[in-house]
Structure formats: C-alpha cells, structure tokens
Write a protein that binds this ligand. Structure first.
Ligand SMILES: Cc1ncc(COP(=O)(O)O)c(C=O)c1O
Length: 490
C-alpha cells in the first residue's frame, strides 16, 4: 500500500473541499434541468461549501415538492422515487395533511415561547414514556436535533454516575458538533477539526460486528462467530485493570455509559448479528454501565417494529434517543430515560431555546397518531419483505451485489467488484448514484468504503413505486456492470 503523503492542515482541507466548477460541469453532464442548473449556480454564490448537499451528489439536486408517498420533484418538475425520506425523516410520508393541520392549529394559538411548558408538551411526554422501551418510571428531556440529544445523553450519563468514560462502537454516528464528533467516526470530520482532534478524550471505542467484513476476525465462519469475536474484545477491555476502565479488585468502573447505535445508519445501514445487542446489554448490566441507545435513525416504525430494540426482547435502555421522523419533517428530538437519571441534574445544565417548541410538539403528537393508526410498522415489515424478494432476484442476476440486509424498510445494499475477494465497488457506487438520479431515483451512498446504499424510503411507499425502484436498480446495475467490466456471477 502507498504511504500517505504528509499534508499540512490546509492541504488536508483542500482534499475535502468541493470544486465549484466541477459541480457545474456535473450538473451539465448528468442532464440537470435549466432551472436546477441556474439555482445551483446561485447556491455556489451564497451557500458554504461545507454544506452537506455538496458531498452527497456530484451536483446537488434542487428539490421542490413531494407526494405523500415516495415521490419527490425537483424545481424543473422532474420526478424521483425517494429512497431516502430526507435521511429517514419522513417515515409517515411527505407533508401529511394531519400533521399540517396540527401545526396550523398550534400556530393559530401561539408559535413559541422560550422553553415554557404547555399542556400538549406534557401530553407528548406522557406518550413518549409510554411508547418507548423499559418497564420502569421514565422522564423526558427535549432538544431540537439528534446531535443535541446525544450531548444531553453524554452529560446526563456523566452527571448521574460520576464516571468519565463513554463507550461507543467504531463506525457509529452520533452527530458532528464538537461534543458529539468524537463519537462519530468520520475521517473528513476528524481531519477538519483544527487545531485539536475531537476534543473528548474520555471516549472509548469498541468494535462493531459488520460481519460481511468482520473487523475482529479474518476467518470468522459466519455472523454469529464474528459477533462472538467482537464481544470477546469488549469483555477483554472490561476485565483487565490495564485497560484503564475497570478495576474489579477495588470495585471501580470508570465507564458512565455505552452510547451506541443499534444498527449503523450513516455507515451504510449495517445490521449486526441478532446476538450482538443483547450480549452488549448484558455486559453493560454486569458492569453496572448505563445502556444508552441512539434510535434517532432506526426508530419510528422504520425497521418493522416501532423501535429497532423491539427486535430484542429484554433489552431495556436506560437512556433512549429519538429524533428524525418524530415530527415527520420538523426538527425535534428527545432523550427518554430512567426517572432517577433524568432527575439527577438541575435546570441550566443543558438548554436550547427551541427545546420542546410548540409547533414541533404539535407535529410530533400528530405524527405518532399517523404511525399508529396506519400501522406503519406492519407496513414497513411487509414492504421490506417485498423489497427483499426483489433484491434477492437481482442478486442472482447482478454480480455487483455483495450483500443485501434489511429489517423492514431499513435496507443496506453493498456492492463489490468481485464476490470472492469482496473488493469494494466504490467507484461503481458513485457512478450508480448519479445514474439513478439521472433516471429518476434518489439514493444515499454510504458505507465504510463508499460502496453501500442506505435505503430508507418513506414507509408510505406504494408497491408500484417499489417495483419502479427495483426496475431502476436492475437497469442501472446492468449498465454499471458493462461499463466497469464486472464479470457475471459464478
Ligand atoms: C443515529 C444518529 N444519531 C445522531 C444523528 C445526528 O442528528 P442531527 O443531524 O439531527 O444532529 C444522526 C443524524 O443523521 C443519526 O443518524
């Protein structure tokens, strides 16, 4: 392997900075409509180049409106099948009428008043403590974004336990603020925080059993043995005082909480073996470590259950983080946790002006109703099975497909140049992302090697739209195989 060159900080920055000329060229090359190209040009004049859309596609599409199902349109009126739901934010479908009406009703009363309590906010709290896992008394703390919720969880865990360390999994994503960046394993983020690396040194990282490419064993026979190998490493870290975390001879543990994602979302919708979460939970319980679960992306019926943790009976997180689809499109987040933890601090230890804001509360109450009334968890489960069948058929035909994983409509698709060596098809995945966009489908490229798709359509996607999505994958995978010379499956 070539040695990486020694770059100074400004040279590193240049590696990540998008080239505005190339963005304009790409919009031309991929046939963007006239209005889209004009808006992109204007965006390049006023939007920071650090904005996310500049990293997702060679040129960002300019989205204008959507249907209640999985269809969005751009500013030129071009139609796309939506396989992202705006990063799993519109689980109940775009712009639901019931949610809109609730927002308008609240708007007509009052929009916002610092972080004051309202009866609806208390009603939402009562609902959240009743629908989240854990048969013990719970309380809620509201925030606005997922990163903010993670900051609250870190603070609470430390304040309640009096311990310093937070344990998380390599590959997790918990936000990119200065407080959460140490828990988010992104080279681009870590390379661009200057002059210090992610500041929180009391973060310890454990392996995550991404069993298609097991980080703990080159020879793991199967997913279960990969999980066992990874668990062994965690157990090892907790058993020796020379790891700096636990000294059983003195009854000391320095770890406040495990703060983890049940499945790795930003990393490419990677689902660990079924034994992983219950085994980690047991280790946390054995060592009296709080178990904090970030269900910001996996929650709200996406995986075919209300929560991903519902797939693992008996796992009861002490702190539980929700956001994204909670208000079906409005920014809103909450930490729900054991009452004694939630009451272990006083006002002022955390606050943000829009925490629990009134329009968000109204939207969240209405969204929860829609999710329940339409049994979106059941819909996700059934549509996920339909997608699985479709992808299994495509797998027989397309050697590019390395693996497809799903729980409900939480779906990860990994592409490889060759199934034996599992060489990541990173270049191919980038091309496919743009070709799908050109043909009318929005997908999110992700993966440890940029060779996975994180697929999360609104749960209201219709079966016709699923067929359309599968047909587009079929066509474009075939084109990519010819273009990049990927040989047929054995
Ligand atoms: C699992 C998870 N946690 C936290 C976050 C951060 O949320 P936000 O972007 O709202 O700050 C995200 C965002 O994608 C996420 O997927």
């Amino acid at each position: 392997m070539d040695k990486p060159p020694r770059l100074d900080f400004s040279e590193k920055l240049l590696k990540y900075r998008p080239d505005p000329d190339r963005i304009l060229e790409a919009a031309e090359e991929w046939g963007y409509g006239e209005k889209s190209r004009e808006v992109i040009k204007r965006a390049l004049e006023v939007e920071s180049l650090g904005s996310m859309p500049f990293s997702m596609y060679e040129a960002p599409p300019i989205i204008e409106r959507a249907e209640e199902t999985a269809v969005v349109y751009d500013v030129d009126g071009k139609r796309y099948i939506d396989m992202m739901a705006g990063f799993a934010v519109s689980n109940a479908g775009h712009h639901r009428r019931a949610v809109l009406e609730a927002i308008v009703r609240q708007f007509e009363k009052i929009v916002q008043y610092s972080e004051m309590l309202t009866e609806d906010r208390i009603r939402l709290g009562e609902k959240l403590v009743s629908i989240t896992p854990g048969g013990f008394p719970k309380k809620v703390f509201y925030t606005v974004t997922g990163s903010d919720a993670n900051e609250v969880a870190i603070k609470l865990a430390r304040i309640y336990t009096g311990r310093q360390y937070i344990m998380t999994q390599w590959g997790d994503y918990h936000g990119r603020t200065i407080g959460t960046a140490p828990l988010t394993h992104s080279t681009s983020t870590w390379s661009q925080i200057y002059p210090v690396p992610p500041a929180d040194t009391a973060i310890v990282r454990i392996p995550f059993p991404y069993c298609y490419r097991c980080p703990c064993s080159k020879t793991a026979r199967d997913c279960e043995s990969c999980a066992e190998e990874c668990l062994h490493q965690v157990d090892y870290m907790l058993s020796s005082k020379y790891y700096g975390l636990v000294d059983s001879s003195k009854g000391i543990c320095n770890i406040a909480a495990m703060l983890i994602e049940p499945y790795q979302s930003a990393a490419g919708y990677i689902i660990p073996p079924d034994t992983w979460l219950p085994s980690l939970y047991k280790l946390a319980r054995d060592h009296d470590i709080l178990f904090a679960l970030d269900e910001i992306q996996t929650g709200w019926a996406r995986t075919g259950r209300m929560w991903a943790v519902d797939h693992y009976p008996g796992v009861e997180p002490d702190l539980f983080l929700v956001s994204k689809s909670i208000a079906n499109g409005l920014p809103f987040a909450a930490v729900v946790g054991r009452r004694e933890i939630m009451d272990s601090w006083g006002p002022g230890a955390h606050s943000t002006t829009f925490a629990g804001y009134m329009l968000g509360v109204a939207a969240a109450l209405a969204t929860i109703e829609v999710i329940k009334k339409e049994n979106l968890a059941r819909q996700a489960e059934e549509k996920g099975k339909y997608f699985r069948q479709g992808f299994e058929d495509l797998e027989k035909k397309h050697p590019l497909i390395g693996e497809f994983q799903n729980k409900g409509l939480y779906m990860g698709l990994e592409l490889v140049r060759d199934r034996r060596s599992k060489k990541p098809a990173s270049k191919e995945t980038s091309w496919i992302t743009m070709r799908l966009l050109q043909k009318g489908m929005l997908v999110k490229k992700a993966g440890y090697y940029g060779n996975r798709f994180a697929l999360s359509p609104p749960l209201t996607i219709t079966y016709e739209e699923i067929d359309e999505a599968l047909r587009l994958f079929d066509e474009v995978l075939g084109e990519a195989e010819s273009r990049f010379n990927v040989s047929p499956a054995d």
